[in-house]
Write a protein that binds this ligand. Structure first.
Ligand SMILES: [Fe+2]
Length: 139
């Protein structure tokens, strides 16, 4: 698989960037798989891997927001919730064995995720860096 991540999406917090990169590359791979007619069972496994990485990332992110008393926590959490609802809907399609040939659904998901990184995650990372977070070396 070719690497699709663009360093323009780096937030400056290495753990966010490493997991975001995995998620984005997997989202591209999923679209490629669907375009190539890969079996839905395999695609569902890949989708579950995306969910797993996302849960890991967001738990980490949300704990940091509380720990550092991030002032924009409410809007960030509601963006996570909106995105999570999109993920649940797509997971439901996999679970009900609805044949997933609509690549646009996954393209929308990926674009929404990249927008989230670009706006919400970068704002939060900037805040963390201003608090000297990367120098605290928790990661
Ligand atoms: Fe986020």
């Amino acid at each position: 698989m070719s690497e699709k991540w663009n360093d323009l999406y780096n937030t400056g917090i290495s753990r966010f960037d490493n997991i975001n990169k995995k998620i984005v590359n997997d989202m591209y791979l999923l679209s490629d798989n669907i375009a190539q007619g890969v079996d839905d069972t395999k695609n569902h496994e890949l989708f579950k891997q995306i969910i797993h990485n996302m849960v890991e990332l967001w738990l980490f992110e949300e704990n940091l927001m509380e720990e550092f008393k991030y002032p924009k926590i409410d809007s960030h959490l509601s963006a996570h919730k909106r995105f999570w609802n999109m993920m649940k809907k797509l997971n439901g399609y996999f679970e009900s064995n609805i044949y997933l040939d609509n690549i646009d659904l996954f393209k929308d998901l990926r674009e929404e995720f990249l927008n989230h990184i670009d706006f919400e995650d970068k704002k939060f990372s900037k805040f963390l860096n201003e608090q000297g977070y990367e120098q605290l070396d928790y990661v």
